[in-house]
Design a protein around this ligand. Sequence first.
Ligand code: XUL
Ligand code: CO
Length: 442
Amino acid sequence: MKEFFPDIPKIEYEGRDSVNPLAFKYYDPKRKILGKTMEEHLPFAMAWWHNLCANGVDMFGSGTIDKSFGVEPRTMEHAKAKVDAGIEFMKKLGIKYYCFHDVDIVPEDTSDINITNLRLDEITDYILERTEGTGISCLWTTCNLFGNPRYMNGAASSNSADVFCFAAAQVKKGLEMAVKLGAKGYVFWGGREGYETLLNTDMKLEEENIATLFRMARDYGREIGFAGDFYIEPKAKEPMKHQYDFDAATAIGFLRKYGLDTEFRMNIEANHATLAGHTFQHELRVCAVNNMIGSVDANQGDTLLGWDTDMFPSNVYDTTMAMYEILKAGGIRGGFNFDSKCRRPSNTFEDMFHGYIVGMDTFALGLIKAAELIEDGRIDRFIKKRYESFESGIGQKIREGSATLEECAEYAAKIKKPASPGSGRQEYLEGIVNSVLFSSNS
Ligand code: XUL
Ligand code: CO
């Protein structure tokens, strides 16, 4: 078997003092944190599209890295070379999962969907054959319902019923592939499900049709034995001016309205949180309190740029707070998919490894620090104390839902004036986070 990355050895854990660029400093797969190994806490996944397809093209310039892998691009031979390169890449990093869009794994035949589907059958056979015995499997599948010009007005939210049917056909195949590859989930990212102007938009119909596609997918998926989770990946904007799955709260409300909230959960992407004007932690907290944590698209944005830069995560503060939410919610159901790409000038295969190493280490360090924050206990204790007025007396009755408006008013009349609700102590709490983050125990 041809080696695609001959200069890159298997990436091993060497510890925080290592200066080897091709080693993990914090990700030690077998190390136990709060009773589980790091690899159990952090099921990492490779995103086919950034890692094996994207070649550095941006709005202003052409590719900077050659990902033909020695064969003619947009052929089945190329599709297979990508499978082989991807497996070598995952093995070298110890990554157990991958995620893809349908058209990441084969070239789409834009004049006949039947040809594309035959290619998908062939490549998924090949993926199964090549991953057998490696422990590598599919985290989630999805369909590209945004790139082809037919989706210029949306997919499920298109004004055209023909286009809706094409989206449905792709989703049907995507679910069949999820079953065939044993995927844990199926993702809907509504890249074109939104609008550019309300002047031409029937928002009510568009949203109803999106719910209809979700319902069809759920029914068909369960019928063919798909036992995994359906995920919505919220994103506020880009490419559309407004996207219906704006953020976690909006998407959860949408699912509840259409009775889909028992089988759908969220796939939270850090950079999408930024685009909605939220933190990554905020989006995860909204999911946690609604029992909606599903999977994570691991990356980070640049608030000075304001678009979806999909950078590899390197900000330990953010991953610490994200892992804090995830640990407190009982862990992740899906995994951590690196929906991340190297900067355009980082244009060698070695840079791709650096990207994954920094991303995996940043989540590993976040996990270590989040566990330390939980074990430290000061934040939890502070919050518990802050709300203690709801543990007894009138507060307890309010909490249980048994107090009436008159009763609360009578209580207010009796005490005449409430005592101060107490300091929020934000600065004190931020100091605790810093002292844990920069302690030397990691
Ligand atoms: C786009 C994005 C997608 C989804 C899958 O911003 O995040 O790659 O993750 O369609
Ligand atoms: Co994503």
